[in-house]
Design a protein around this ligand. Structure first.
Ligand SMILES: Cc1cc2nc3c(=O)[nH]c(=O)nc-3n(C[C@H](O)[C@H](O)[C@H](O)COP(=O)(O)OP(=O)(O)OC[C@H]3O[C@@H](n4cnc5c(N)ncnc54)[C@H](O)[C@@H]3O)c2cc1C
Length: 408
């Protein structure tokens, strides 16, 4: 084998398929059948897919896309903010099928990678079954919890935590036909709860009387506990006189938002969550897989053509292609921004997002999708700063005042 890919999630399928398309001999190792459906639902701004010509992979699409950054109650600021662009949910099986078909030459082993040794010219992976598989390059796409990838310890890692329900309700939890990116209204919370870390509602109308409602914390270390999120969701619905009448699916979500970038000198390459590719400001990654997978696969295919390169040298080429300095610097800017936001109290966070979404659409969209070149990204951040009220500017520059950062 040229390449052995660890994992059976979106990142593994993406990179295996892109390599296969370039004539690379690829095998994969995943604990479950790679035709099993994935547990998570994946959302994306539809313009990201349009740019890739992949809009047919959507199952749901909303044009009425809004957020709320007011306090709630009956204030004028309670008005919804319209994002003015469409949002969609992937048809998970269509996305899986898309990559599976492009990975038609890939051999999949149903097993678990236990030990990876990539120090010699040929890398080897020992699996739980005892099988040992060899390849010139190992790509770890087994998610953010992988033990096979080294990364610096930069302190506690903040997680995006969410508790959600797909179900039916006694009334309308949100306006019919609508997608809500962030509802930060907090009139359902007690004064004590409002001094705790803020959470928001992410919600959508799935049709046929079914809605998905999810109480979400942007990022916190440690993550906001599920019982707190669940209680807040019930309070939020309760204030609007709505009860859950049928639970079709419960989602418990926790993934790292500011996982440090991996050590880029290691002899095993990574992709996806394992490579810290989750956007530190938005928590999204699938669009980035679709954009960055082909270039990475191309760089690997070109490096493999040089037969004298061993595992370590191949991994080096891969790391340089995946995380060039431009993307590393952009990532650092995003991580800095997230660090600031994590210290904001609820009022400051609401002000921040209201200001952020008052930027021109191409600016906030480019920021959230990580599609702006570095100078442009810095320009957008300066623009945001210029538009911010003084209190927010202070928070962005100095961080939240000592003792002000909310904690559970
Ligand atoms: C609930 C939830 C909702 C999310 N929503 C969105 C969203 O709407 N949009 C978005 O862009 N992103 C979203 N994300 C973020 C990110 O896109 C996902 O976490 C995505 O699933 C990460 O893909 P991955 O392939 O890197 O890892 P995973 O999806 O975690 O897949 C890891 C794979 O590796 C396998 N594996 C694990 N250990 C081993 C081993 N030792 N050997 C071999 N295989 C192994 C697992 O079985 C699995 O198949 C969400 C994340 C979560 C948790």
């Amino acid at each position: 084998m040229d390449v052995l890919v660890l994992g059976g999630g979106p990142a593994a399928l993406c990179i295996a398929s892109e390599l296969n398309q370039r004539g690379v001999a690829v095998a994969g190792i995943a604990p479950d059948s790679i035709d099993n459906s994935w547990p998570n639902t994946y959302g994306i701004w539809t313009d990201e897919l349009k740019a890739l010509g992949l809009e047919q992979l959507l199952e749901h699409r909303w044009s009425d896309t809004v957020s709320y950054f007011g306090e709630g109650g009956s204030t004028a600021q309670d008005q919804s903010y319209s994002h003015g662009i469409d949002y969609g949910l992937f048809d998970r099986s269509a996305l899986q099928r898309y990559w599976r078909e492009r990975a038609d030459g890939v051999v999949w082993h149903q097993d678990t990678a236990e030990r990876v040794d990539a120090t010699g010219p040929i890398a080897s992976v020992r699996c739980a079954s005892g099988t040992i598989l060899n390849a010139r390059l190992v790509i770890d796409a087994s998610g953010s919890r992988t033990p096979h990838i080294r990364r610096p310890n930069q302190g506690p890692v903040a997680g995006q935590a969410a508790y959600g329900v797909v179900g039916r309700f006694s009334g309308l939890p949100i306006e019919p036909g609508r997608f809500v990116l962030m509802d930060y209204r907090c009139d359902h919370l007690s004064a004590a709860q409002r001094s705790e870390p803020p959470t928001f509602l992410y919600a959508m109308d799935l049709g046929d009387g079914v809605f998905f409602v999810e109480e979400t914390s942007l990022a916190l270390a440690p993550g906001v506990p599920y019982d707190v999120l669940k209680q807040r969701l019930q309070q939020r619905l309760g204030l609007r006189g709505v009860e859950i009448t049928e639970v079709i699916h419960e989602e418990f979500c926790l993934f790292p938002m500011n996982l440090p970038l991996p050590d880029r000198n290691q002899p095993v390459l990574a992709f996806g969550g394992a490579a810290s590719m989750v956007h530190p400001a938005s928590g999204y990654m699938v669009g980035s897989l679709l954009r960055r997978g082909p270039d990475l696969a191309q760089a690997i295919a070109e490096a493999l053509a040089n037969q004298s390169l061993g595992s370590e040298a191949l991994a080096q080429r891969g790391w340089q292609a995946l995380w060039p300095i431009e993307l590393v610097l952009r990532h650092q800017l995003y991580q800095f921004g997230l660090g600031r936001l994590m210290g904001f109290n609820e009022a400051l966070l609401r002000t921040h997002f209201a200001t952020f979404f008052s930027l021109p659409r191409e600016e906030w969209f480019g920021f959230l999708t990580n599609t702006l070149p570095l100078p442009r990204l810095m320009g957008v951040m300066l623009h945001l700063f210029a538009l911010s009220p003084w209190e927010l500017r202070r928070g962005l520059v100095l961080g939240a005042a000592q003792g002000q950062a909310p904690r559970f």
